[in-house]
Ligand binder design. Structure first.
Ligand code: SF4
Length: 248
């Protein structure tokens, strides 16, 4: 498996560009682009990919601590609170002390604040992390011009991410919890969700509310089934709640 040593070696030999282009060529073999603009789109997509990968290699080269990529797109059976889930982890790095760093690639919004709620929207990283010897979880934000890690770590293992104990902003949002306190919080929150699922709890209570950009309903195909709209207050054009007192 690849890792920091191999990357450093390629960099010192001036072979990074060739390495990145090979990866892009491999990835493009999977691309399905329909005619009539196939050739041009293919070239553009390859160019975009090479540029993105080149930028990301720069981010990886800034990592101070050594790492080895232990797994990519690894299917795992994860267990939480008696519930077994099959999931896929984008990447797991092994660090020098033998602990793991769990990474999730993101081409869009990536926020670690969600990990401080009792109903995290993307709990897969946390579920995986709850079961092992790990030192950090992070999104790898793959947005041109904003390539960076967005996560938390116990020690200094990623560029731009402070060790948890000295990450004042995040700790404040975490109400001063230390690392072990955060792990307990995750465990309790995830076990609670698993228990609710196994108990058949199915109240209409969408994560992020029923409307707005944070609502789970945005991507759901079942609003006609759950009739969530009927639970919303009826508002006038001025936005006033028009329910009568009897309706409340
Ligand atoms: S539309 Fe209904 S089922 Fe879908 S997320 Fe919203 S509340 Fe849940």
């Amino acid at each position: 498996m690849e890792g920091s040593e191999r990357l450093k070696e390629l960099y010192e030999r001036g072979e990074i560009d060739g390495y990145v282009e090979n990866i892009a060529d491999e990835a493009m073999k999977e691309a399905r682009i329909e005619p009539p603009f196939k050739k041009r789109f293919f070239e553009l997509e390859r160019k975009r990919l090479v540029s993105l990968l080149r930028g990301w290699v720069e981010v990886e080269l800034k990592r101070g601590a050594r790492f080895r990529v232990k797994a990519v797109e690894a299917e795992r059976i994860m267990e939480i609170g008696g519930l077994a889930l099959r999931g896929r982890v984008d990447r797991i790095d092994e660090l020098e002390d033998g602990s793991e760093l769990v990474i999730d690639y993101k081409s869009g919004k990536a926020s670690r604040n969600d990990w401080l709620t009792e109903r995290p929207k993307e709990p897969q990283l946390l579920i995986y992390s709850a079961g092992g010897n790990f030192s950090g979880v992070s999104f790898a934000r793959l947005v041109p011009g904003e390539l960076r890690f967005v996560g938390i770590s116990k020690y200094e293992v990623l560029p731009g991410i402070k060790p948890f104990e000295s990450d004042g902003n995040f700790r404040k949002k975490a109400e001063g919890k230390d690392w072990d306190g955060l792990m307990d919080f995750w465990k309790t929150a995830l076990e609670g969700l698993a228990r609710d699922f196994m108990d058949g709890q199915a109240q209409i209570d969408p994560n992020g509310g029923a409307t707005g950009s944070e609502s789970a309903c945005r991507y759901c195909e079942l609003p006609a089934f759950c009739r969530v709209a009927e639970l919303l207050p009826v508002t006038s054009e001025e936005g006033e709640d028009e329910r009568s007192d009897d309706d409340r």
